[in-house]
Design a protein around this ligand. Structure first.
Ligand code: HEC
Length: 118
C-alpha cells in the first residue's frame, strides 16, 4: 500500500513539474499576442545582421536547435532580455543596438524570429 502511494506521489510530482514547464514553453498561442507583420521589418533592419549568420554565438534564425532550449524561458523573458540586452556566451545588445526601437517593436521582432522555428 505504501508503495502504491509513493508511486502515485511520484506521478503527481512528475505531472506537476511537466505542467510548470509546459507553461513557460513558448507556443504558437503566445505569438498571437504579437504583430508578426510589424516584427519582420524590425528584424530585417536591426536583428538580421547578427541572427542570420549567428555571429558572436547569436542563435540563428530558422535553426531550431539554436532555439529549443531558449524557448523554455517563455516569451516574456526572451523579450525582456532582448530589450535590456544580456551576456552569456556572446553579447546581445539592448534592443539589438537600436535605442529608437520601442518595447513593442522588439517584442514583435522576437516573435517573428521564434515563429521561424515553431
Ligand atoms: C550585434 C549582434 C546582435 C544584434 C544586432 C541582435 N542580436 Fe539578439 N543576440 C545576439 C547574441 C550574440 C545573442 C546570444 C547572447 C548570449 O548567449 O550571450 C543573442 C540572443 C538573442 C535572443 C535569445 C535570448 C535568450 O534568452 O536566449 C533573442 C530573443 C534575441 N537575441 C533577439 C534579438 C532581436 C529581437 C534583435 C533585433 C531587435 C536582436 N536580437 C539583435 C546578438 C545580436
Amino acid at each position: 500500500m505504501g508503495r502504491i502511494i509513493s508511486v502515485l506521489t511520484f506521478c503527481a510530482v512528475l505531472a506537476f513539474s511537466c505542467s510548470l514547464e509546459a507553461h513557460a514553453e513558448v507556443t504558437a498561442a503566445d505569438l498571437a499576442k504579437y504583430d508578426l507583420a510589424s516584427g519582420e521589418p524590425v528584424y530585417n533592419a536591426s536583428c538580421k545582421g547578427c541572427h542570420a549568420t549567428g555571429i558572436m554565438k547569436a542563435p540563428k534564425t530558422g535553426v531550431k536547435a539554436d532555439w529549443t532550449a531558449r524557448l523554455g524561458q517563455g516569451m516574456a523573458t526572451l523579450v525582456k532580455k532582448s530589450i535590456d540586452g544580456y551576456k552569456e556566451e556572446g553579447l546581445m545588445p539592448a534592443r539589438g543596438g537600436d535605442p529608437d526601437l520601442t518595447d513593442k517593436q522588439v517584442g514583435d521582432a522576437v516573435a517573428w524570429m521564434v515563429k521561424q522555428i515553431l
